[in-house]
Design a protein around this ligand. Structure first.
Ligand code: 13P
Ligand code: SF4
Length: 362
């Protein structure tokens, strides 16, 4: 049993972190195997502390696909909970503790804008184009790629997925993250001049038909506001201040930054690189600050710093507080499923095909 302070203030907002945590743990033991709490690496420490599993987008999608619990509380953002709902069975519910936790990058590609772009692109004589959506996208976009013979990728399997896509067609339409698409295609040998940034607000992405015909990779002009904060000058700063420091960054960062860094990879990759490094090693990490601070705290024998002097925080991930988790657990304990994320079956059926393809290629 986890003790709950008897004389706790009546307004939950006045409860201490320990009080909230004790209540969450108490409800978790009550709900037992009916409950699985998943958390993304960018969640705040107090949320990560009550999760059953923590991971990157791919790992969490895999966990959801394997889950047997009736209720999955997903501490992350909306597209992640949608993905989990698509991958779980009809008797399972996926709950997002804070419904306003979206992803600004995912919002940069709407189904209408994508349909328009696709119609205009395929009206030009381009050869076979394979659409690939980053998992940071709405379920409707995942359904779209399934309809057009494409698939989904995450930051940890993007290379394998693009390799596969180039076996299916000569060209790839990658959305919504321009940066992940560019660095992955480049590392597969596609020269930068064969890639074209697709301006989502302009006809043919702002290009003439000949340029569209020539290109091999079309990159939707979406980006992550958090990963835009890092600068090549930050790398120079740390290399000068801490000789021998290793600079590792997330592939949502801009291309020149990724090229200047020592390595890049998904949040899972970044965490593993630091955790498994020898004592005394030094790391400047270009990703969301909650993960970087946690890595620094659990690796006191290493120097771990954020690459940026700015607070590179994902405001959407940060919306989820321990109290948000507590509220949905209280609902479950009282028989109420609150904040459920449900993708309509007409969309989920197609999106599932694209996600299953991704999981089997991962
Ligand atoms: P990962 O797949 O690396 O966890 O990234 C998800 C994300 O949203 C990063 O901004
Ligand atoms: Fe979206 Fe960027 Fe936040 Fe990831 S860090 S969830 S891409 S806004």
């Amino acid at each position: 049993m986890h003790p709950v302070t008897k004389d706790a203030p009546s307004d939950p907002r006045d409860w201490t972190e320990e009080e909230v945590r004790a209540r969450i743990l108490g409800l978790k033991s009550r709900l037992g195997r009916d409950l699985l709490v998943l958390a993304h690496h960018y969640q705040r420490d107090a949320v990560v502390a009550v999760a059953d599993a923590v991971g990157d987008s791919l790992r969490l999608a895999q966990q959801a696909a394997l889950a047997t619990a009736r209720h999955i509380v997903f501490c992350g953002v909306h597209f992640m909970a949608e993905t989990a709902d698509i991958l779980t069975g009809p008797g399972q519910s996926v709950i997002l503790p804070e419904l306003r936790a979206g992803c600004s990058m995912a919002d940069m590609a709407t189904p209408d804008a994508l349909e328009w772009a696709w119609q205009r692109l395929t009206a030009v004589e381009t050869g076979r184009v394979v659409p690939v959506t980053y998992i940071n996208s709405a379920a409707t976009l995942k359904a779209f790629v399934a309809r057009h013979g494409g698939t989904v990728c995450t930051s940890s399997n993007a290379r394998k997925i693009l390799e596969w896509a180039f076996t299916q067609g000569e060209k790839v339409f990658f959305f919504p993250d321009e940066h992940l698409g560019r660095v992955t295609a480049y590392e597969l040998g596609v020269p930068l001049e064969d890639m074209l940034v697709w301006d989502r607000d302009r006809d043919l992405g702002g290009h003439d038909p000949e340029a569209v015909r020539r290109a091999r990779v079309y990159l939707w002009d979406g980006f992550c506001v958090v990963h835009q904060m890092f600068d090549v000058e930050d790398i120079a700063f740390w290399r000068q201040k801490e000789p021998g420091i290793r600079v590792i960054v997330h592939p949502e960062c801009p291309f020149d930054l990724i090229r200047a860094a020592d390595a890049h990879g998904s949040t899972e990759y970044l965490a593993r690189a630091v955790d498994q490094a020898p004592p005394g090693s030094k790391w400047a990490v270009g990703t969301e600050v909650n993960l970087v601070s946690r890595l620094a705290a659990r690796n006191p024998d290493k120097l771990v710093v954020s690459l940026s002097p700015h607070q590179a925080i994902c405001a959407n991930m940060y919306r989820t507080r321990p109290l948000s988790v507590l509220r949905v657990l209280e609902g479950l304990a009282a028989g109420r499923v609150e904040n459920r994320i449900r993708v309509p079956e007409a969309v989920a059926g197609e999106a599932r095909q694209a996600l299953s393809r991704m999981l089997s290629l991962s």
